[in-house]
Design a protein around this ligand. Sequence first.
Ligand SMILES: C[C@@H](O)C(=O)SC[C@H](NC(=O)CC[C@H](N)C(=O)O)C(=O)NCC(=O)O
Ligand code: NI
Length: 142
Amino acid sequence: MTLRYLHTMVRVKDLEKTMDFFKLLGLKETRRIDNEGGRFSLIFMAPEGQEECPVELTYNWDGDDALPSDSRHFGHLAYSVDNIYETCQLLMDNGVTINRPPRDGHMAFVRSPDNISIELLQAGDSLAPSEPWASMENVGHW
Ligand SMILES: C[C@@H](O)C(=O)SC[C@H](NC(=O)CC[C@H](N)C(=O)O)C(=O)NCC(=O)O
Ligand code: NI
């Protein structure tokens, strides 16, 4: 099984100020999804030459006060896997709960023993950065 680091997601309250901060550090916007259905934006930023390892800024248009306090800022670590169903089966066989099963074949969520959220994405999928970034605008909240 080949696991490939994809990104770290953090939630931000002031998107413009946060982007200006990361631009000061030399990061540039590499991808953006404005999701009308879910009322949020995902902005991926990475240093030049490291576009495959961005930070994913999640901006909830209506704020994120409704989220559990332990997940308000840090969101998840994301990895791509060769076969998301086989990976989830391996985890389940070892006692890991699949918090969000990959019913759509491309995304699953599990938690580490310390409850750190881990996003698993099917390698080669339009959500994984190795593929041309399909426009996800106006897609309902997945
Ligand atoms: C594109 C892929 O890398 C994602 O991370 S999409 C994950 C998805 N994000 C959202 O729905 C953003 C808005 C939401 N209100 C939030 O604040 O997360 C998602 O399933 N998020 C839940 C999570 O635990 O990351
Ligand atoms: Ni993500």
